[in-house]
Design a protein around this ligand. Structure first.
Ligand code: 5GP
Length: 195
């Protein structure tokens, strides 16, 4: 990912972690701290939550459209998560990295593994909750999911933490500012290596 000129090179950064770990907040802070970072907008077959906007939070599509994009090679990665399909559109990621941007992906673990296979230079960051109890409390506090959904997401979370060794770095999201600073340090180091 060397571009030969005197500016930081583009970098693909996956910040993943179990549902409820605070990924969205960490992503927002990391993006705000970097003037050349963009967040990839995924496609999903999940229904929009109240307040979510099509094309901003996700591209909301039906399963047929999702499968067509996957078959056409339009997705960098894709996975089924808690009964819905999610994927990262390839073209915007390639274009932004080529322009020297940091492209942030907020995706789950199976997708992160696919990214590492296709883009070995990508930086994979796994966010860990301070504890399982804290994770459950955060999920319940969000108030957007029913009990069955929370139970399913906690199950997935346990599996995700268990398979997080594929990630380059693991960062505990206990204190937000400390966590964000740590992630930014890893991004800066990865960009220096890439030059
Ligand atoms: P949510 O339904 O809460 O928005 O997201 C559920 C999970 O899907 C989260 O862990 C989120 O990071 C992940 N996710 C969102 N977009 C993508 C994507 O494009 N690919 C993959 N593999 N996971 C995604």
């Amino acid at each position: 990912m060397t571009d030969g000129v005197d500016r930081p090179c583009g970098l693909l950064v996956v910040i993943a972690g179990p549902s409820g770990v605070g990924k969205g907040t960490v992503h927002r802070h990391v993006r705000a701290a970097l003037d050349d970072a963009v967040l990839s907008v995924s496609v999903t077959t999940r229904a929009p939550r109240p307040g979510e906007r099509d094309g901003v939070d996700y591209h909301f599509v039906d399963p047929e459209r999702f499968e067509a994009m996957a078959a056409a090679g339009d997705l960098l990665e894709g996975a089924r998560y808690a009964g819905n399909l999610y994927g990262t559109p390839l073209a915007p990621v390639v274009a932004a990295v080529a322009q020297g941007a940091v492209v942030l992906l907020d995706i789950e673990v199976q997708g992160a593994v696919q990214v590492k296979e296709r883009v070995p230079d990508a930086l994979l960051v796994f966010l860990l909750p301070p504890s399982c109890e804290e994770l459950e409390a955060r999920l319940r506090g969000r108030g957007t999911e029913d009990d069955a959904t929370i139970a399913r997401r906690l199950d997935v979370a346990r599996q995700e933490v268990a398979s997080s060794e594929v990630f380059d770095v693991r960062v505990v999201n206990d204190d937000l500012a400390t966590c964000v600073a740590e992630v930014l340090t890893h991004i800066a180091a990865a960009r220096r290596v890439g030059r």
